[in-house]
Design a protein around this ligand. Sequence first.
Ligand SMILES: [Zn+2]
Length: 457
Amino acid sequence: MNLFRESLSATDDEDKSPSTARKKSPAPRKNRRRNKPLKVANQLSPKRRKEIEKAFERKSPSPKKWSRESGPKTHLFDRKRIKPGSIRKIDFNLLDVEIGDSWPIPITIIHGSRPGPVVTILGAVHGNELVGPLALTYLCGPNFIGPGEDIDPSMLSGTIRIIPIINLPGYRRQSRKFPDGRDLNRNFPGNSESNTTSRIANRIWESIIQTSDHIIDLHTAAPGRTNMPQIRANLAHPESNRMARSFGIETILDNEGPKGSLRRAANRSGIGCITYEGGGSNEADPESVQVAIYGVLNALRSLRMIPGYPNRPHFRILASGSVWIRSDQGGLLDILAPAGSFVDDGEVVATITDPERPGISHDVYSPSKGLLICTATHPFVTAGTPIGHLLPMKSGIKTLQKRLDEEGCLIISGSDGEPPWREDDDVEDISVEGEWSGGSPDAEWGQNEHPSPEEES
Ligand SMILES: [Zn+2]
């Protein structure tokens, strides 16, 4: 079955545009076996695999409105009209009020001259997560949007909405949450008659989310930790599965997302949605920003909205579970293996010292061979504090080791310049079986002053 492939077989006219010729990507090899079954057998757990296969059996054709015959139409958003082949910057009010602050946020809408899907890309659902806002600000700039650039309205099929900072009140206060202390990403689809955050969630839901075909939500880790760039998606949701792969990076964590999260709510409404996680909050990790920009462009190319072929990683890790590395002592932490490190069974990943008992230190060992996808950045630990999040690996190790830098960290596709174009057949899938402890990838980080136990950052 042709489960997990983005459709790349057709070469439409737009793919032969001058803009494509500008790209470094070579043309696809013609003799590829395009219908070769995917290597499903070595992915995820057998139970999860069955769920994913079953979900793909319920196939729905792409809506008629995307077909060329339907012709270009004006895009309507928040009672504003955007003509085909044009760009419009709109202020969208988070609150529907006559007096008081309505919290307007900027939205850039690029409406293509050809029909196609509506893709919404969001940053700073959590106001202190700056990688999304930076990536999307750059993406709205002249290096990416305009005649002859990656996003050229005259070449675009469909509509792209870019929202660099959705939680503007939180961003201005450098806070994850809205001013009423609530987390927007736990309040979808929201309620127009409930608390402030829930009203905002509902307005976003009605005006922005439900009118989108695909959503890309850009995040970072919560305070006190940092994430290696990774995608989170429910792989049993076909559209989200395709988008997760199309982003073009190595690591995909398969889960539904916490209750009230945008991703979970969108999927339940049949809207494809993926979460990108890269770097930490309150910091502007340039590598995570770059990977996010390339990822978004890859996804748009996979959807055949913009010209060119998406870049592929050398391999993909599809993970349905992980292991937590915890401190057995209290004190101050010195991380030796940063996020993104490939570590050996028994390798020392951190040391802990206690200034109240000077001169003594304890080592923290990795319980197995694998990839550290997240590490603590806050040095203060007590016995039991998670200090790293590990994807244990039994297969694909040689493939992964070929992509490590001199410090043993995975070189994320897209982080070392424009990665070469690859076909999906060349991408090796590596399975990581297991279960998320506590039910979600971030559950074990615990409450502290930041996310609640079932948080996803
Ligand atoms: Zn977040």
